[in-house]
Design a protein around this ligand. Structure first.
Ligand SMILES: [Zn+2]
Length: 76
């Protein structure tokens, strides 16, 4: 077990400039890549899209579920 290593990897964010997950420095508003000084984000674009897809999948389509009464009216 290398617990130190895993926590080290957890403490990374995605740097678009380096095109990979990098160690970063935190500031008030943003986090900065220690390699290139660019702004890092929590996810890469692909990971962010995957994250959004997962969120969408959890949400029911079409908002509120219909009442049975309304459905009967439509079919009649
Ligand atoms: Zn970088």
């Amino acid at each position: 077990m290398t617990m130190d290593k895993s926590s080290f990897y957890d403490d990374r964010k995605f740097c678009p400039s380096c095109n990979g997950y990098q160690p970063y420095l935190m500031s008030m508003d943003h986090s900065y890549c220690v390699e290139c000084g660019g702004t890092v984000r929590l996810f890469s674009k692909d990971d962010w899209e995957t994250f959004n897809e997962n969120m969408k999948a959890k949400r029911p389509k079409g908002g509120r579920p219909r009442k049975k009464k309304d459905q009967n009216k439509e079919s009649a």
